[in-house]
Design a binder for this molecule. Sequence first.
Ligand code: AMP
Length: 144
Amino acid sequence: MEIYQNILVAIDLSEESVQVLSKAAKLAKNSNAQLSIIHVIEPLGYAYGGDIPMDLSEVQQQLDQHARAKLAKFGETYDVPLANQFIEIGKPETEIHRIANEKNMDIVIVGSHGRHGFQLLLGSTANAVLHGSQCDVLAVRVGK
Ligand code: AMP
């Protein structure tokens, strides 16, 4: 039996997502594994400590729709069935861990930047995913 049967790829929907996803898709193919993708939408209020004196719900709704459409497009390109596409709302690392646990993932794949220093090398989200994870984590170098 292959080591990895359920692979979860976390993408921030940036251009670098292609580098992370294409590597993950190859790993999934070689391992005969199921590939799932997740994107976590951070509520706009988070960035301002939930203390903004205006209604952002319409903007938030538009951002959500945009993210859903983009994830679906990635899913289509990499043959990820709809049932394996996860859009969650909250803190990226928390939601990534939750879905990884709930869906019995064997490995989570994230992107990491080639900057200096451990924290910078992994990036803050990648670092947080690594440290709280109950399964393996693979960091794919991006931005080269
Ligand atoms: P960062 O720590 O922001 O440089 O992001 C590094 C990696 O963490 C990205 O390449 C993704 O794999 C993952 N990531 C960051 N933000 C998100 C997000 N909102 N949803 C899912 N994955 C994310």
